[in-house]
Design a protein around this ligand. Structure first.
Ligand code: FES
Length: 376
């Protein structure tokens, strides 16, 4: 097989017969085909004219290494996706500084970057260098054309060195397998990684270990100040959270937990909530609630439904304009939301300083956020 060609002549290769083409080497038939197609290869040089040299092996190992790293990162992605909890954080870092998603992104990036680098190095370091000039033509293909095209494809395959570069072939197979497996794992991840009933609980769940003896979780504002009835004016509303510090409980922080934002609303004198069945005593005071608490997460698509219109006693979600009637226990009365905002059973306890503070008497009794979470 020739290894170097400079400035091929443009002889008329249409006259080459099929038998002559069959008798040619793959590369010569490919070159003849190129000429017949009006593709003039003006320069072509094999980067390693002598096969199997140490230099070639070294380059081959380098390319295989990049594919190997890509494959490892793909396997790492799958393992991290399946094995790490979503609130995973690096040891020694704050618990609200979560690394699960960045870790998946970084592993995916490493996989794709090394796959790309490997392909570029392979083309640059191992495949023949070539310069070609091409004419355009519209004629239908002749028998010769077809044979020449076949030779071109075979020569291209030979140029890749795949049939004889087993190491690269295997490492590329591994990296390609990982590349194919990653989206598959992400797509069927919900089947592989059962979230259990985590989505149906928030940090308002009673915790006797942290808050003995009854486990009622204190209610705090964004600055972790405990909130009591005196902190709201009639008609006022406040965003509150479970009073759990990041170092209180395993991997959770009441402030940053996505399902925890809650609205406490103080009704105006004369206003009365028509409670849903079984939820009549879930405000404070229980017999005729003046304070009620609802999840701030819109049941349509999860935006914060925090615009409170005092005059109409409606909570508005700015994303798609759903409106929730507070006096009907936050029932949706306009817009795409189809489910009431979940209500938090609210109570009051006396703090160490003798003042009255709100607590959650239990967790929410239904799933927070978009309605599809509720469906089996
Ligand atoms: S997220 Fe609230 S209306 Fe769509």
């Amino acid at each position: 097989m020739s290894t170097t060609h400079d400035t091929h002549s443009t002889e008329d290769t249409d006259d080459v017969s099929p038998d002559e083409l069959r008798a040619m080497s793959t590369e010569d038939a490919m070159l003849a085909g190129s000429e017949a197609d009006g593709v003039h290869i003006v320069h072509r040089r094999d980067r390693f004219p002598v096969r199997g040299t140490k230099a070639e092996k070294r380059v081959e190992r380098a390319v295989a290494l990049t594919f190997g790293i890509s494959a490892l990162a793909g396997v790492g992605f799958i393992v991290a996706f399946v094995a790490l909890p979503y609130h995973w954080h690096l040891p020694g870092t704050p618990q609200n500084f979560r690394f699960y998603t960045p870790a998946l992104g970084a592993l995916l990036a490493v996989m794709l970057i090394f796959m790309g680098v490997g392909l570029v190095l392979w083309a640059k370091w191992l495949m023949p260098e070539e310069e070609a000039v091409q004419d355009r033509h519209d004629d239908p293909s002749t028998e010769q054309d077809k044979l020449m095209t076949e030779a071109t494809l075979l020569s291209g395959l030979e140029d890749t060195g795949l049939p004889r570069r087993g190491l690269i072939l295997k490492s590329l197979g591994l990296a390609g397998g990982a590349l194919a497996a990653v989206p598959l794992v992400a797509l069927v991840g919900a089947l592989v990684k059962n979230p259990g009933n985590k989505l149906f609980h928030t940090q308002f769940r009673p915790n006797k270990k942290l808050f003995p003896p009854n486990g009622h979780v204190p209610i705090v504002d964004i600055d972790f100040r405990r909130i009591g009835p005196d902190d709201l004016e009639p008609g006022g509303l406040l965003t509150v959270f479970p009073g759990i510090h990041q170092d209180d409980a395993d991997g959770f922080n009441g402030i940053t937990d996505a399902s925890s934002p809650t609205l406490i609303i103080r009704l105006k004198p004369g206003q009365k909530v028509k409670a849903r069945k079984g939820q009549a005593g879930w405000g404070y005071p229980t017999d005729n609630p003046e304070f009620v608490a609802f999840s701030k997460i819109c049941t349509h698509a999860g935006c914060p439904a925090s615009l409170y219109e005092q005059q109409t006693s409606r909570l508005l979600c700015p994303c798609h304009q759903s409106q929730f009637e507070v006096l009907q226990d936050a029932k949706p009365v306009f817009g795409p939301a189809s489910r009431s905002l979940p209500k938090l059973p609210l109570g009051v306890e006396t703090g160490d300083d003798g003042k009255q503070y709100f607590v959650a008497l239990s967790d929410y009794h239904e799933a927070i956020g978009p309605a599809f979470w509720n469906r089996p």
